[in-house]
Design a protein around this ligand. Structure first.
Ligand SMILES: *Cc1c(COP(=O)(O)O)cnc(C)c1O
Length: 373
């Protein structure tokens, strides 16, 4: 029996602003609108996506389509497992060393951000850490060139962060290490083509480029799954998650669903090459506006390490930084205050930020310097 159609009571949608938040971050409006419908009822089942069993046919379809969509979009080879896990990237900081290091084994870390610091703290609980690069000496204003990297020569694996969300730096290509590479790609995954084979594992929390907070995407070589440490609790063991097809327990079903929509949206935009070009153009608009007023604005990252995702900069002083963020907000440009670790300003322009948002920000940057410079 069908119940009365309360769906006709859906209210009209209020206006939105350009959201430059570092994360949770803006999502594509087409995706939000589709999710809105499916919250009410998905696949004409009369049951919303949040309410479906994680072992029923609707979620079966979603899980398989999401995995297949990720594989197609990012060209993920069959030797890699794709896992959907809970706990965000911070859980992965713990799980990676817990699964793959033992007391006297070493991980080589390229230390480039607050996020690699957190990975170091967790890795030290399970093994030894060698900083193959330490960016703190230059306040993390760049990612290392090959000649700045000094491997230990005895590492089980290496760890890096492909895009440094807080300092606004990004590798142009994965760093070349002599040991298998694990990458935290939380803030730039699926923003450009992904060189999966250059990695043993790529992991990302979802709330920057993939959907809602709480979900993580883990792409890991299957041969590594056969080498996890013995006697780990099930929920903390990658191999157990892989064997259960990411359904060891109730997975973050809504997150997986949203990631599936995002992947579909990215494919419709033309795939990762097209998205990368679009992201290049968007970032170039904002950096060019900052560079035109170079006496007023100071971007944090060195030019060759500039992130296409997080643009970190300052005005001449903290009071002007605050005025910038406040005035921008009044003009519909939200979320521009910098991270508490660094201060200043930060514009996060992930995949979902439309070019129009970057154009509006570039004009605002120009206007603010003209009126306050
Ligand atoms: C946001 C972020 C994290 C933290 O993710 P959580 O989901 O909060 O655990 C880790 N690494 C990078 C690079 C990030 O941008």
């Amino acid at each position: 029996m069908r119940r009365a159609d309360a769906g006709t009571m859906m209210s009209p949608l209020p206006p939105r602003v350009f959201n430059f938040s570092a994360g949770p971050a803006a999502l594509p409006e087409e995706v939000l609108l589709e999710a809105r419908e499916n919250l009410w009822s998905i696949d004409a089942t009369g049951i919303g996506i949040l309410e479906h069993s994680h072992r029923g046919p609707v979620f079966d379809r979603i899980l398989h389509e999401t995995e297949a969509g990720c594989r197609r979009l990012a060209d993920i080879p069959n030797e890699y497992a794709v896992l959907f896990m809970a706990g965000g990237m911070t859980m992965q900081f713990t799980l990676a060393p817990m699964n793959f290091l033992t007391g006297d084994e070493t991980v080589d870390v390229l230390h480039t951000d607050v996020w690699t610091e957190k990975a170091v703290t967790e890795a030290k609980r399970f093994g030894k850490v060698h900083l193959a690069y330490d960016g703190s000496a230059t306040n993390f204003d760049h990612v290392p060139a090959a000649h700045e990297i000094t491997p230990s020569g005895r590492a089980r694996y290496a760890w890096c962060c492909s895009n440094n969300t807080i300092y606004g730096t990004q590798y142009a290509a994965p760093p070349v290490m002599e040991t298998p590479l694990f990458t935290d790609a939380s803030s730039d995954i699926f923003s450009r083509p992904l060189d999966v084979r250059a990695h043993a594992a790529i992991m990302a929390s979802a709330q920057k480029n993939l959907g809602p907070a709480g979900l993580s995407l883990v792409i890991i070589r299957r041969d590594w799954l056969e080498r996890t440490n013995a006697d780990l609790p099930g929920m903390l063991d990658y191999r157990a998650h892989a064997r259960a097809g990411s359904r060891l327990n109730t997975p973050p079903t809504f997150g997986v669903y949203m990631l599936g929509l995002l992947v579909k949206w990215l494919s419709a935009q033309g795939g990762l090459r097209a998205i990368a070009e679009r992201n290049q153009r968007k970032a170039a608009l904002v950096y060019a506006a900052l560079d035109r007023r170079a006496g007023f604005y100071r971007p944090h990252a060195r030019v060759e390490s500039r992130s296409l995702m997080n643009i970190v900069f300052r005005t001449p002083n903290a009071a002007l930084d605050a005025a910038f963020a406040e005035k921008a907000r009044a003009e519909g440009l939200d979320g521009l205050r910098g991270h508490r670790a660094l201060g200043g300003l930060r514009a996060s322009i992930y995949n979902a930020m439309p070019p129009a948002g970057c154009e509006a920000l570039a004009s605002f940057i120009d206007e603010f310097a003209r009126t306050h410079g």
